[in-house]
Design a protein around this ligand. Sequence first.
Ligand SMILES: [Cu+2]
Length: 341
Amino acid sequence: MPNNFALGNGKPWSRRQLLQLGLAGAGVTGAAGLWQMLNLQSKSTVKVPPLNIEAPDDATNPMKMLRDFDYGTVKQENGRTIREFQLTAGTSIIKLNSAVSYNIWDLNGRIPGPTLRAKQGDRIRVLFLNNAGHSHSLHFHGVHPAEMDGVRPISNGSATIYEFDAEPYGVHLYHCHIEPVTRHIAKGLYGMFIIDPPTPRPPADEIVLVMGGYDVNDDSHNDYYAFNGLPHYYMHHPIGIYKDQLIRLYVLNIIEYDPAVTFHLHANFFDVYRYGMTMTPSEKADVITMGVAERHILEFAFRYPGKYMFHPHQDAIAENGCMGQFEVLAEKNSQNPVKHS
Ligand SMILES: [Cu+2]
């Protein structure tokens, strides 16, 4: 099961908090939806190396975030599928390197926030509790009524509900929309929001990469960059994948202060599904340019075993942390755990 009710610091919402939202009596079934079960079954043919998770158990664990999708809690109400998510904003300290620690605002104790995942047409219900010390909000990309747009401040210690239909399918995102928005995003309040198409995509090893930046001295320039929260993490802990396995990357650029970055994959080309809003690729490339909040699906398979880097081709950004590598494993090693240095 995904971390349905593991909220900030692993604590479930109290009955009092749910009562405030008028939800204490709502029958949460906890049952996985049929679509989710089918989705997981089709993934059973996908070859994914076992993870060697050794990251510190603090605000971020990039290795654990790679293939971690929060499908929410599925309920039926008046003949409709409701997919309910709980997000709690909090504060954490992360170590960007051996010398530099940084205070962030997190969602459910992590940066980036959980990768929320639904199917087109589901009714989405997001219970948002703000415990992060300032007013915050959650603004979702997608199509929804004005009152669900998430620009209204939710004060510290209070909660709200965002409810809307999941449309259109694609790779989207959510983030805090309180001014100055640059700062609220750069401090960590963002995550990916995937809406799957009515006809599922073919089975693949699905991986999430969120590019973020850190301005540690408040001069509106980033000092560090990261994939999934920690600078240079995947350079030291390569992402194990199998040779000839279809890899489906969900990539989001949420780096504030830099107008655009690129994403480059070594020794390969990828099919581009812009914004994840098509079932057929628009182009093949080995570098793609992404403005702030742009996100795409990139698909590829590696023919040869070995280690291959990926990074923005703005080399200063890569050198300051937005850099990682895949370790392509031959299938004969499929029973062996991925070895990390
Ligand atoms: Cu905020």
